[in-house]
Design a protein around this ligand. Structure first.
Ligand code: TYD
Length: 217
């Protein structure tokens, strides 16, 4: 709690999750504008990435051409990128009273590495608990999309050119498992999630996000 008037209230930590092509970055941008219109200071960021070392890890883990990256190494690379991001960017900004909007966070590792790569949600949760020092989002907005729809949208986005990264290049059934993993996570803690059908228009999605944020602010 905010006992000292000179200490700003901690900002809200809001995470956007969902399959590739769900429209997360559009909603991050619109939500940022919404919070700023409300007078808040906002930092928007993404994972993997957000710090110099995290961006380097992002390139290593996502680009093709770095040789074999086995599942455990992949999970640890995402967790290492996240540790730097939390310590260097997310936590200090929340403490300074800024709202932090993050495109993907721990749930992406639970879904992609825990379920998609079959490492097990609990094991992946354990390394992420260490990486984040237990930091959890105040709200996670899950943009739910089918694997087929997500793939179509990515192709439309790139004018039909397939520029899939290592994860996107996985087949539809991998992405369908990821989708269900996200939905299960949301079902287990409904008060911390807002699950939206990503096929709705950007405006409709933003209206629903605004309603939920008004309750939180
Ligand atoms: P992202 O930059 O969000 O891709 P896109 O903009 O296409 O949605 O994420 C890159 C990829 O990394 C995406 O396929 C999901 C994957 N990923 C994981 O597998 N584990 C993680 O912990 C994170 C953060 C991302």
């Amino acid at each position: 709690m905010n006992s000292d008037a000179s200490t700003p209230a901690r900002g809200l930590f809001i995470v956007f999750e969902g399959g590739d092509g769900a429209g997360k970055s559009t909603q991050v941008r619109l939500t940022r504008q919404l919070l700023e219109r409300n007078g808040g200071e906002v930092l928007s960021t993404r994972e993997p990435g957000g710090t110099e070392i995290s961006e380097k890890l992002r390139s290593l883990v996502l680009e093709h051409g770095h040789g074999t990256i086995d599942e455990r190494t992949e999970a640890l690379m995402y967790a290492a990128a996240r540790a730097a991001h939390v310590q260097q960017v997310i936590a200090p900004n929340l403490r300074a009273g800024r709202h932090v909007l993050c495109d993907r966070f721990v749930d992406s590792s639970l879904a992609y590495q825990g379920v998609g790569r079959n490492l097990g949600v609990e094991k992946v949760a354990a390394i992420n608990e260490f990486a984040t020092d237990g930091l959890r989002p105040d709200l996670t907005i899950l943009l739910d999309i089918s694997a087929a729809e997500g793939r179509l949208r990515r192709l439309t986005h790139t004018g039909g050119v397939d520029d899939s990264d290592r994860l996107e290049a996985e087949p539809d059934d991998f992405h369908e498992r990821i989708r269900h993993a996200f939905l299960e996570l949301a079902k287990a803690a409904p008060q911390r999630y807002l699950v939206l059908d990503a096929t709705a228009s950007a405006e409709q999605l933003q209206d629903l996000i605004r309603e939920r944020l008004e309750e939180l602010l």
